[in-house]
Design a protein. Sequence first.
Length: 640
Amino acid sequence: MGFASCLHRRGAVYHFRVRIPSPLAAIVGRADLRFSLGTREPALARRLSQLARLGTTRLFEDICRQMTNTERPETDQPFEGLVSDSPEYPVVLLSYEQLRDLAREYFRNEFKRDQIHRMDRSTFKEDFTTAQKARLVEEKKLRAALGGGNMEAMHDTARGVLRHEGITPKFDGRRPEVLNHTLNQLSFLLLRAKLAANLVAQAHDAGDFSAAPADPIFADIREVNLVQALAEVLARRPAEAELDHLQSQTLDEALMDFFKERTLAEKSRKDYENTVRWLKEITGEKKIAEITEADLLEFKKQMLDMPANAAQKFGTNSMKEAIARSKAGRIEFTLMTTATINNKYLSNIRAFFEWAVSNGRTRHKTSPAAELSVQVRETDKGDRLPFSIPDLQKLFDAPLFAGCQSDKRVHTPGKIMVRDHRFWAPLLALFAGLRLNEIGQLTVDDVRLHNGLLHLHVTTTLDKEDREGTRERDACAERSGPTRGRRGKRKQIKTKNARRLIPIHEELVKMGFLDLVQGCIDRGHKRLFPEWQKSKDGYYSSRYSRFFNQQLLPPLKLKTPELVFHSLRHNFKDALRNAAIAPETQNRAIGHKTGHVGEGYGTGQLVEQESIELLRIRYKGLDLSHLHCERSRVKLDNVG
């Protein structure tokens, strides 16, 4: 949580609000601390918010020390005795002075690294000019983060610094929590340290070695031990002999070790493999310890020119080949969005190198990828739009819904009604807000009574109420010879907030959705759509997404970069707004985090009034009466 997120405006006046750590909240009887900043000016409010945030951080941590009877250590070892011995509150407690010392040490390391690079010109090679330009870009980003209170930009680095200093002990099998306030405060100081080191390095670029850090925290650190720095340079020289076994790993070898510590879906694993393969196109055969920030900046630069769906469009898994073929101009394509670049590929790079730093694969204490990201391009803003009502009418008047020739010829008008997953998936997204993969995973057990109404339950097979059944199925699997050792796989949900209940809308009932459920029960099918198979990446969504976006929409002249299957969830969100449903209920129904302090209280399930309200959503002007069934034979005796 950055400084800016603590600002809230009531009327014209800005107020400050900060969440109280849960152990303290239980004692004081409130979840947050709030007060007026007494100003209407946004810039002044941000500065006051920074001061208030730092003050409340000190206050909370001082109270925590009193709660746990933990005194500040009087030793020079800054992290001795900082884990409280209270089993109810295993928290790492750090004073401002200790956080400041960490930031000063971080600055010294950045300063020393700059000196070493200048004495060992081979580390710059031809990238010296690139490094100079990168420092100017970095300065702008650091100032923006500091001015806007964006502490999240430095969280990964802050965690890495804490891990390097030993703040990863376990307490009764649990890792102690580093207070978010502490993490923000350390991130703030590290941002200042990195900015100060950046400005000094720019002075060094110009040949001025008399410049002192302007930030008072680091003003007295004006030089490093050149003899020691030179010794480090010379120690690195002899034929890579300084690289130990771990640091001499290739990127592929390190990635295999990374996979051993991460449980990843097959699709996510392939994304990591693609990311590292593309990075190798930039770095060549460099060892993992030799990868520099300049390498990663070049990787980011290349990703900005990367076409989306390159393997399908251009028939290659090579980043450079795909970019070259796209620039040839023979095939129409769209660039990969910055959201995809940031949230998939650069996120993978950051996670991979954070692991590498923590596991001794690099020479330095900080990750070269810690702040690797791209700004959102104007063309990527709002890249998903809802369908208009006329577009929705055109979609649901298509032969697949209104009548086609056969289940194989769903694009040709006819008298056959196909009521499989191809028919139901768009309707479930429109009236229940489900994601594609959530729809593909639905089972008959996911249709449940809640608040006296039938709901769809988006869940995993290992939810509390399913565990006994899962154990019984696993026991049967163990006893059966041909399937010995096979276990039922968990369903995959995007986030923990995606686990939710959504009432089954009356439009779905009129279209015969409950008949579909009863038919599956009668035939002994566990899944609602047994004919819908996963793609090779382990997801139901991939195969259907291609059908919807590439086969169904284009003949209807509805396909644009902004209109895809996910657009139906945008329609559902708009319908929630139009029905004047409370924002918290909207987020709960669509599977998003509310961000409210009270989110962690209660069961988290819909209360009766919320279930009733969600049935009010309508799409004014959309006529789906031709999809209604004449009669219903629903019994649903097995609904729990």
